[in-house]
Design a binder for this molecule. Structure first.
Ligand SMILES: [Fe+2]
Ligand SMILES: [Fe+2]
Length: 258
């Protein structure tokens, strides 16, 4: 079936008192009935068929013959995605794996938040930092879920491992130990993101590669830099009083920036 559409568009001023403009659309051989609507501001929209609806400076759109092949490929079973195109099973599986990585990291950060929020630990700045970090990782997971659906894949959530609940360390103390752990997690996440990008490249999935680059890789490098600086600062201040100041800095960081 060859479709032919010749849309034409005109915006005309009228002399009628309450009509400021008329917009008309015309179509050859279409089943459009005369139609008009007038809104409160005097705008009239018309679509008409007939001898007075000559194509103006319309664009003739003639779909290529190849579209017939695409038409044959449109899935008819309700379980299959309609949008899916050039999206391989490997890309789909790699996305689900990355969703799981983000959730796992979010879970560990949430455990850190709970630890630093304890009454006998009471490092409120670190608690706040890890709570926000946990939420951010969860947002990363959700953004990947949205993307999976956008491409016509299916989100399959996997198990999340039970994280540590104690973060004290005899030599390093809790703040430095937790921050070093966070740095390792961010580097691991970066490696996993690069793996995902490699899967996209191997499968000629330019869109997935572009998505990972634009939405994740830059931010990941920045996160690694920031947490590296926190580790360096915590190494300088040592345990005890120094950690208190570091924690206050984290707690009031947002206020200082504002
Ligand atoms: Fe992340
Ligand atoms: Fe992160």
């Amino acid at each position: 079936m060859l479709l032919k559409v010749a849309p034409a568009f005109a915006l005309l001023n009228t002399h009628e008192e309450n009509l400021s403009s008329v917009i008309s659309f015309s179509s050859h051989g279409s089943a459009l009935k005369n139609f008009s609507a007038k809104n409160g501001n005097g705008l009239v929209v018309c679509a008409s068929k007939g001898s007075n609806s000559k194509p103006l400076t319309g664009v003739v759109f003639e779909p290529f013959e190849e579209v017939k092949k695409e038409l044959m490929l449109v899935p008819t079973v309700p379980q299959a995605s309609l949008a899916r195109q050039k999206f391989t099973d490997q890309s789909e599986a790699a996305l689900n794996e990355q969703i799981n990585v983000e959730y796992n990291v979010s879970y560990v950060y949430h455990a850190m938040y709970a630890y630093f929020d304890r009454d006998n630990v009471a490092l409120k700045g670190l608690a706040k930092f890890f709570k926000e970090s946990s939420e951010e990782e969860r947002e990363h997971a959700e953004k990947f879920m949205e993307y999976q659906n956008k491409r016509g894949g299916k989100v399959k959530l996997q198990s999340i491992l039970m994280p540590l609940s104690e973060f004290d360390h005899a030599e390093k103390g809790d703040a430095l130990y937790a921050m070093e752990l966070a740095l390792s997690l961010e580097k691991l996440t970066n490696e996993k993101l690069l793996n995902l990008h490699a899967v996209a490249t191997r499968n000629n999935d330019v869109q997935l590669a572009d998505f990972v680059e634009n939405e994740y890789l830059q931010e990941q490098v920045e996160a690694i830099k920031k947490i590296s600086e926190y580790v360096a600062q915590l190494r300088r201040v040592d345990k005890g009083h120094g950690v208190w100041h570091f924690d206050q800095m984290l707690l009031h960081e947002a206020e200082a920036l504002a």
